[in-house]
Design a binder for this molecule. Structure first.
Ligand code: HGY
Ligand code: MN
Ligand code: MN
Length: 433
């Protein structure tokens, strides 16, 4: 990049301010912070459209404005910060992620990608570098999906997989409607939600798994995202006295729930579904009293698979199991209801963008490997409308995430965002096809 408005053909060796990046991550992590009893650490609970999320959003908007970005908010509440380029008419290069969190989060999931892109802008500003193409930072709404039940929600609407109406009518566990909550926190924006395809999209994210740590690498180039299937299962039984009711007269919703948990684990262990992963994250029974046979149970089943055919087989066989479950009970009357929450296919990332990331990393002296993402990301939605790939940063403690122990070092975060910066600088120089 050149100083001033001229642009050079070769990206300069742009360094970022790792301390400023780390300070921003830690400051944002204080919003929604809580004392986590299980780990004794400070966790982060900044679920989408809560007061904490709104506070984090306002901080991000202030930082974006202070960095001279033109800030806009779309109809889903996604926040964009635009930095003009020398050739303003060209499609921008976009980088981003999300700042909403699960209820037991650390400081890095999503935030590294958004605050890292902001750090790139701050560093460009300090050197007076004007990129050829505009740069846009995106903080997508409800990436986690843990409050309104569908992950990558904001980016899925922006890229066209889901509709605004569908999103607005989603409700949380308390029956609060997404569209109303967006209005309540003041982030129901005017910007039309359907995104004009940027020139490219690159997302930097903590790996959230153990691969880079075990390979002793700080940086990974992400080849794609595995398929995701979420469903909510409601089991209807019959409340009865725990002492007087003979087993063969019971319609026990708690028993059925336990059988479902065991079934998904048996499916994983069977090897019949490739590299299937299954998680029953939520399981509740009611009335939840020691002397009452449960009359109702609710579970969520999260299935992940890098292969769409194996995922389809797993969903099909689980559905067959649920259909047959009532007959297998000691007494008739068990009811099973399933509700689809989220469903995404395996998404491959753009090879050329992967190569740009790998080349930027190599220029900076980082060895990398290519790996598929076990977690879902906004990048998988953006891949539908523009060439997209991701930079992974090593996580510590076996890469644990969705847990307050989630951690990456300042050095690795700086490395990841430096690779992001150089990848973006390469892409902003590109002509139109
Ligand atoms: O569910 C996921 O993999 C992501 O964290 N939303
Ligand atoms: Mn994430
Ligand atoms: Mn996450």
């Amino acid at each position: 990049m050149a100083q001033g408005t001229a642009t050079a053909s070769e990206p300069a060796h742009l360094t970022i301010n790792g301390e400023r990046l780390w300070a921003a991550l830690m400051e944002l992590a204080r919003i929604g912070a809580y004392d986590d009893p299980a780990t004794g650490l400070a966790g982060v609970n900044r679920q989408s459209l809560t007061g904490e999320d709104a506070e984090g959003r306002r901080l991000l908007v202030r930082w974006m404005e202070e960095a001279g970005l033109q800030v806009s908010v779309d109809e889903m509440g996604t926040i964009f910060g635009r930095r003009e380029g020398a050739a303003a008419g060209l499609a921008p290069v976009m980088a981003g992620s999300h700042v909403d969190s699960v209820g037991t989060a650390g400081a890095f999931d999503g935030c590294l990608g958004v605050l890292g892109a902001l750090e790139v802008v701050r560093s460009l500003n300090e050197r007076g570098i004007v990129t050829r193409r505009p740069l846009v930072i995106a903080a997508f709404t409800e990436e986690e999906g843990v409050r309104f039940g569908t992950d990558m929600l904001g980016s899925a609407v922006a890229a066209g997989r889901l509709t605004l109406e569908y999103a607005y009518d989603l409700v949380d566990a308390a029956g609060l409607r997404f569209g109303d909550e967006l209005e309540r926190i003041g982030f129901k924006g005017e910007r039309p939600v359907r995104l004009d395809p940027p020139h490219a999209y690159v997302e930097c994210h903590i790996e959230q798994g153990p691969v880079l740590l075990h390979e002793d690498l700080a940086i990974g180039v992400v080849t794609g995202v595995q398929a995701i299937s979420w469903q909510r299962i409601t089991v209807q039984g019959r409340a009865a006295h725990a002492g007087t009711t003979p087993t063969d007269l019971r319609v026990d919703a708690g028993l059925a729930a336990a059988q479902i948990v065991l079934k998904v684990r048996e499916m994983v262990d069977s090897g019949r579904y490739g590299r299937l992963r299954a998680t029953v994250g939520l399981i509740t029974t009611s009335p939840g009293l020691p002397s009452v046979v449960p009359d109702r149970a609710e579970l969520t089943v999260d299935l992940r698979n890098p292969d769409d055919a194996h995922m389809a087989a797993a969903e099909r066989d689980l559905a067959a199991f649920l259909d047959a479950l009532p007959e297998s009970q000691p007494a008739p009357g068990l009811g099973i209801d399933t509700q689809r929450m989220a469903k995404t296919h395996q998404v491959p990332f753009d090879e050329r963008i992967q190569d740009e990331i790998a080349a930027a990393a190599a220029d900076l002296g980082f060895d990398t490997i290519r790996l598929m993402s076990g977690a879902g990301h906004d990048a998988q939605e953006m891949a539908a409308i523009t060439p997209t790939a991701m930079v992974f940063v090593r996580g510590q403690y076996d890469g644990i995430s969705h847990n307050p122990r989630e951690y990456s070092t300042p050095e690795d975060c700086t490395a990841g965002i430096t690779v992001l910066a150089h990848t973006l600088l390469r892409l902003t120089e590109e002509e139109d096809d």
